[in-house]
Design a protein around this ligand. Structure first.
Ligand code: GDP
Ligand code: MG
Length: 436
């Protein structure tokens, strides 16, 4: 996607006001980018119309290109559709606060409940977990084990025959033990069924719930939109939790779901582990959908981590010439020092992420180092000198394979592109410094 955006940047150099022709040309390409990210075509159509209306006639700032202006407007619009600001969980009110999770079977309710309970417990609250799946003992068992493993209290009343009785029993128990909140796990079905919805509706109509959170599997795209519509009719959820966002690489399904339901997303599940739940950030998600990765967060993180002196040193080097393999090596080492490598890799644009994550691990970094050291100084500064016979030599010299060498050179090319892009958009933390 970076390549695509670069194309857009190149095409439009004219300054002054954005004219309709220019805007149309950029939007034509942006439309493709969004469709390729799996955003539903109707959502794309609305977004593009919105951006066009805002962009045409707009003054182009001195410091940016028209392409960048339009991309910024699109980013703004996507962020708005995604909810604008972070939407938090309601936990205030009379104790115990009741939070119910609903959704299809396999959507991630039980897992998410564990994650939420742990999160709130870490914030100093005292949560209790129950399951109203009175028909499937295995479902209760799963929650009980999850709670046991993560230090959350689980309550069960075998005499309760309906979800309603179960919740009422838990409320009494909770008053005795002074729990702050009760997380209610519910039964799911493989498909939307009236019986399930009617059962949930009975609970919703009888018991004052603070939050009814619909858990949607982000990987199911349009199917999730339909599920959301059915649940809306019956139980009117207060918000969404999108699970398995980690497996929806481009995030387009997320945008489709939110645009078409108009509901706030409160959290995003980003893995199976109990701590893999994130507050949903519309701005970061917007960057991800546009293929820009979480560049802003990445930059902030890098900026914070490198002290001034170090910055100046690197700044001098990177500000003046193109990145070479020596720099790449240093950069890799730094990325490893900054913190969790995976975390940083996750913020990179998708196409880069795949490549870079293969370098993860001390052993792989050593291998990369060996390869680079087997090159001549001239080759390190100018990798295009490395033809196929040199590649073979470098592989032999470093005890690796030609494939390893090829992969490294490809990764380096990707990295160099990102670097250039950051410079161009003024987001390169090193270029922001004065004097160069
Ligand atoms: P439920 O039937 O709605 O209660 O769904 P479960 O909580 O049992 O989850 C179904 C499957 O999805 C399990 O294998 C979970 O580990 C997995 N899962 C849930 N949330 C996530 C997530 O955010 N990311 C990933 N990768 N897997 C998840
Ligand atoms: Mg479950």
């Amino acid at each position: 996607l970076i390549n695509k955006f670069s194309g857009i940047f190149k095409k439009l150099r004219s300054k002054g006001k954005l004219n309709e022709q220019d805007v149309d040309a950029i939007l034509k390409e942006l439309r493709m980018v969004l469709l390729e990210s799996d955003v539903h075509y109707r959502v794309v159509k609305d977004l593009i119309a919105q951006v066009k209306e805002r962009a045409v006639g707009k003054e182009v700032l001195e410091s940016v290109t028209p392409g960048e202006m339009v991309i910024k407007i699109l980013w703004d619009e996507i962020r708005k559709v995604l909810g604008g600001n972070v939407s938090s969980l309601e936990t205030g009110g009379a104790m115990p606060v009741l939070i119910m999770l609903v959704g299809l079977q396999g959507s991630g309710k039980t897992t998410t409940l564990g994650k939420l309970a742990v999160r709130l417990k870490n914030q100093g609250l005292f949560p209790l977990a129950i399951s109203t799946d009175t028909r499937r003992p295995a479902a209760k068992e799963q929650l009980a084990i999850l709670c046991h493993n993560s230090g959350i209290d689980f309550y069960d009343d075998t005499k309760a025959l309906t979800p309603l009785q179960m919740i009422q029993s838990a409320i009494l128990h909770s008053r005795e033990k002074s729990y702050d909140l009760i997380f209610i796990d519910t039964a799911g079905r493989l498909h939307v069924e009236e019986e399930l919805l009617a059962e949930l509706k009975e609970v919703v109509d009888t018991i004052p719930l603070k939050e009814i959170l619909l858990v949607l599997d982000a990987t199911t795209g349009q199917e999730a939109v339909k599920v959301a519509q059915s649940f809306k009719e019956w139980v009117n959820p207060t918000g969404l939790i999108l699970s398995k966002v980690d497996t929806d690489a481009r995030g387009g399904a997320v945008l489709s779901i939110v645009a078409q339901t108009g509901w706030p997303v409160k959290f995003a599940g980003v893995g199976e582990k109990v701590d893999q739940l994130e507050v949903f950030h519309p701005d970061r998600m917007a960057s991800r959908i546009m293929g820009m990765g979480d560049t802003l967060t990445l930059i902030e993180k890098i900026e914070r981590s490198i002290d001034e002196e170090e910055k100046q040193k690197i700044g001098k080097k990177f500000g003046k010439k193109e990145l070479d393999l020596n720099d790449f090596m240093e950069e890799l080492k730094r990325v490893k020092e900054i913190g969790s490598f995976d975390e940083i890799v996750g913020m990179l644009p998708g196409n880069l992420r795949g490549g870079i994550s293969q370098i993860d691990g001390e052993k792989n970094i050593k291998r990369v180092q060996a390869i680079i050291q087997s090159m001549t100084p001239a080759e390190r500064t100018n990798p295009s000198l490395i033809n196929s016979s040199r590649r073979r030599r470098v592989a032999q010299g470093s005890g690796t394979t030609i494939q390893d060498v090829n992969r490294l050179l490809k990764q380096f090319e990707d990295f160099r592109k990102l670097w250039k892009q950051m410079n161009r958009t003024g987001k390169n933390p090193f270029s922001k410094r004065k004097g160069w």
